[in-house]
Every structure is written in structure tokens, then in C-alpha cells.
Unconditional design. Structure first.
Length: 419
């Protein structure tokens, strides 16, 4: 005895039902394409990298602010104890160096926040476009549901030729319902994502405005400290003894630079040096020796202090310089002369804000008297990349960049290395 599941007459037109199955598969393909294209789309690598740099910047700013607070306590104590004028000048110069460096960190943050704003705007535009496509797809599904609604779904089941066919059709109908639910969920998720992006954009704008306000305050603080320093310099009596003390301090400062480089060499030889994560995959230390005489100048200007044995006009004695000084206006960009890794960023009396770049195989370049600094410790730097700007840190003397080249525990005449 044959079994017939259908309750419909034999001449029933099944074309709409077959079309509904066809439509189902078409919508399934469309919905799945949206699922794989839009669900859980993470922010791009550039955005993740930006967020990381912003966090790094804020952490560094917090550290510098802490140093400034400690230094202000020392300055207050020095005034209370009526410490020597030279000591007070050194402390003020140190504070000025930190203030101007923190200003540079804030300027860097503004640039990073500007990039983040542009990236977020692009992501927001793309997400809104995706939402519109989802809405259009949902509208098509609504029309389909209206034309082939529950009555047709029931008809599809009742006209099955067998129980097995009915179960298969029921499975399809359930999947259609599930995909409709997924589509609604995608629309809700996109709406929520757009709201989050708009909130993040507003927060980033607020942070950028706040950073600009902080920069203005930093500039005001710097000018106030500079005025104090100038007043103290007027009180300082320059005698032969004062000059001799200054020369003695310069010798100590030079030895301090050499000691820093010796410590870096120990790290390098013990293979503890860190290769920066930001470096390109093919990164490898190049041979700076081959570039001798071809290196670009870190700044363009006149050399006012040469390398080697030089006669000091104030003390009328001979001194041995381990670097050169190049005059340049305050704010002049200072560029790296050769690819490498920033190993040290520090403040040294007499040198001010200082960067030491490792070029591999025991060679280093040193940049001092800096104001703002735009690189980070252990970050990879390219040839001609801006490291910072020329400043007045270092407490006395004309505005200039102090530049040195060191290799294999020796000092070299930088003028022989520059083009």
C-alpha cells in the first residue's frame, strides 16, 4: 500500500514552492557572506599599533611628570638652604629639559590622536555602509516573508511526497528562520558598533583638546623657568676658578657618556640587546664604517666647537673635545645620521636631553642639547628620521646641537664621517 503525505490535488502548481526553496539558498549565500565579512571585524593593525603607541606615550609622560615633581622639591630645598648659584642653575636647567621633553611627548600624542581620529572616521564610514547593506538585505527578506509567509511554509510541508521530504523541508525552514534571526542580530551589532565608534571619536577629540591645553601650560612653565635661570646667570661671577670648575665638570660629563656606551657594549657582547618590535622583518645592523664620509648632517649649521684638542678662550687652557657642536636655531629638527636602535634617552648635566643610537658592531651616535624628543627607547630609527628638536638644555653656551660618534670604545671626529 502506497503512502501519500500530500493533502493537495495532483494538479497543484508547485512553482512558487520551488521558487521559495531557490530564494532560500540565495538568501543563505547572501547572509553567510555578510556573516564572514562583518561579524567580529577587529580594528586594523594600524589602529592597534596607534593605541599601543598612545598608551606608551601616556606612560612615559606620567614618568616624566613624576620626575618633574621630585625635581621641584629639590629646587625648593636648594632655595631654602641658599645653595650655590651653579647648583640652582643646574636644577632649573634639568627641570626645563624635562618640561620641554614632556611638551614633545604631548605633541607626539596629538599627532597619534589625529591619526586615530582619521582611522576611526574611515572605520565609521565603512561600518555605516555595511549597516545600510544589511538593512537592504533585511528589507528584501521582509518582502519575501510577506509573499511566501507562514501559509506557504505550511503548504510546503503538507505537499511533501514523503515524511523524509517533509523533514528535509522543515530543516530548511528552520535554517531560514535562524538566518533571519542572525540578520537581525547583525543589524543590532552594527548599530551598537557605530555608537561605540562615535563615543570613541568624541573621547579622542576631548583628549586632543586636553593635550593642546597642556602644551600651552608647559610652554608657560618653560618660559617662567627660563627667566629664573637667566636671572641666576646674571648673579653668577665668572672667575678663573669658576671656569676651571666648569672644565672639570665637562671632563666628568664626557666620561659619563663614555661609561654609558661601555655599558651598552657589555649588553651587546652578552647578547642582551633588545631588537625593536617595530623594526622591519629584514632589519639588520648595517655597517656604518662603509658610510664614513657620506653620513648626512644631523642639522645644518656652522661647527662652533671642533673635535679634539682645542683652546678654551675663557679659561685659556686646552681641552679635549670628544664631539662637535653645530649651531642651529631652537626648534630645528634633529635627524638620525644612520639606521639603528635608540638605546638611551636621558638627561646629563652639560649635555641636557641626550639620545644615544646604536648602529651595530660597536658604533653609536650621540645627540645632545635636545628639546622635544619624538622617539622611544629601543625603537628602530631610519636614516634622516627626526629624533627631536634643538633646544637650550645643557645650561650654558650658545644654542647648538652636540653631536658625537663612538665606536669600539673610541671617539671619532664626526666631521670626517659627515658628507
Amino acid at each position: 500500500m502506497s503512502f501519500r503525505f500530500s493533502m493537495q490535488p495532483e494538479n497543484t502548481d508547485y512553482k512558487p514552492l520551488l521558487q521559495s526553496i531557490k530564494n532560500y539558498f540565495l538568501f543563505k549565500i547572501l547572509i553567510l557572506s555578510f556573516i564572514f565579512s562583518f561579524v567580529g571585524v577587529p580594528p586594523g593593525y594600524a589602529q592597534i599599533s596607534l593605541d599601543k603607541k598612545i598608551r606608551q606615550n601616556r606612560s612615559l609622560l606620567k614618568e616624566i611628570e613624576s620626575q618633574i615633581e621630585k625635581l621641584r622639591l629639590k629646587i625648593f630645598s636648594a632655595r631654602q638652604k641658599e645653595a650655590a648659584i651653579v647648583t640652582q642653575i643646574e636644577l632649573l636647567d634639568h627641570e626645563m629639559s624635562l618640561i620641554i621633553r614632556s611638551k614633545g611627548i604631548l605633541e607626539q600624542e596629538i599627532r597619534l590622536l589625529g591619526q586615530k581620529i582619521e582611522n576611526t572616521k574611515l572605520q565609521l564610514k565603512a561600518t555605516e555602509k555595511r549597516l545600510q547593506k544589511l538593512k537592504e538585505l533585511y528589507a528584501r527578506r521582509a518582502v519575501y516573508s510577506y509573499k511566501y509567509g507562514r501559509a506557504r511554509n505550511l503548504e510546503l510541508l503538507l505537499t511533501s511526497n514523503s515524511i523524509n521530504q517533509a523533514l528535509i523541508r522543515l530543516k530548511y525552514l528552520k535554517q531560514i528562520a535562524n538566518h533571519d534571526e542572525t540578520l537581525m542580530k547583525l543589524i543590532k551589532e552594527k548599530k551598537a558598533q557605530i555608537q561605540r565608534m562615535k563615543a570613541e571619536l568624541e573621547l579622542t577629540f576631548t583628549r586632543k583638546t586636553d593635550a593642546l591645553s597642556q602644551i600651552r601650560r608647559k610652554a608657560e612653565n618653560y618660559l617662567a623657568r627660563k627667566s629664573e635661570k637667566e636671572q641666576l646667570l646674571k648673579k653668577l661671577k665668572w672667575t678663573q676658578s669658576t671656569y676651571q670648575k666648569q672644565l672639570s665638570r665637562k671632563d666628568q660629563e664626557r666620561r659619563q657618556i663614555l661609561n654609558l656606551i661601555l655599558s651598552l657594549e657589555k649588553e651587546r657582547k652578552s647578547q642582551r640587546s633588545v631588537t625593536p618590535k617595530e623594526a622591519p622583518p629584514e632589519f639588520n645592523f648595517q655597517n656604518i664604517v662603509k658610510a664614513r664620509g657620506k653620513l648626512p648632517w644631523p642639522v645644518k649649521g656652522k661647527v662652533i666647537t671642533h673635535y679634539g684638542k682645542q683652546r678654551d678662550p675663557d679659561s685659556r687652557t686646552y681641552i679635549k673635545n670628544t664631539d662637535i657642536e653645530i649651531t642651529a636655531p631652537v626648534g630645528t629638527p634633529v635627524r638620525c645620521v644612520f639606521p639603528g636602535v635608540v638605546r638611551i634617552i636621558t638627561y646629563l648635566p652639560g649635555y641636557g636631553n641626550t639620545i644615544i643610537v646604536d648602529h651595530g658592531k660597536g658604533y653609536y651616535s650621540v645627540y645632545s642639547h635636545l628639546a622635544e624628543i619624538y622617539v622611544y627607547k629601543n625603537s628602530y630609527v631610519e636614516k634622516n628620521q627626526i629624533l627631536g628638536k634643538v633646544g637650550e638644555s645643557g645650561y650654558i653656551g650658545p644654542v647648538s646641537l652636540r653631536f658625537g660618534i663612538y665606536g669600539n670604545n673610541k671617539t671619532y671626529n664626526p666631521e670626517n664621517w659627515l658628507e
